[in-house]
Design a protein around this ligand. Structure first.
Ligand SMILES: [Zn+2]
Length: 148
């Protein structure tokens, strides 16, 4: 049996001071929401997701289908694809941003299916007026530990 977990790498207090690294409340929320979400992913989905992230979308990659759900992020509800796009692609993605599935993705044009693809490289970001400025500056580093 393969164990599958995603852990968050947090700098130690010492490194934190030296690097001047600050964790904002928003980043903490993002990290804990992501952690909880990734932990629930099936092996197969996690594998596909890791591959997509490692190749940075260099290959079209498989869809990472997850039940359509809403995740709590701070005081907001966000979609799984929003969470992963924010995490792996655009750290400044505002909550109001709209994401559009690419045409090769199973979520393309499928309005309200029971499942939604959350491969962040299967989405393009639609920028619209009224985007709030939510630049977080730093990124959050997720390490996948896939024991084989
Ligand atoms: Zn997809």
């Amino acid at each position: 049996l393969r164990s599958c977990s995603a852990t968050l790498e947090k700098p130690s207090g010492h490194r934190e001071r030296r690097a001047g690294w600050r964790q904002t409340r928003r980043e903490e929320d993002l990290a804990s929401t992501a952690h909880a979400f990734l932990k629930r992913l099936k092996d197969r989905s996690l594998d596909a997701l890791v591959k997509a992230v490692e190749t940075k979308g260099g290959v079209p990659g498989e869809c990472v289908a997850v039940p359509r759900t809403e995740l709590r992020l701070g005081g907001h509800h966000v979609s799984p694809q929003y969470l992963l796009c924010r995490l792996f692609r655009w750290s400044d993605l505002p909550l109001s941003a709209r994401l559009k599935a690419l045409c090769h993705c199973q979520s393309f044009g499928s309005g309200d299916g029971a499942k939604v693809c959350c491969n962040p490289y299967h989405y393009s970001r639609l920028c619209g007026p009224g985007e709030e400025d939510t630049k977080t500056g730093g990124g959050i580093h997720l390490d996948f530990h896939l024991g084989h």
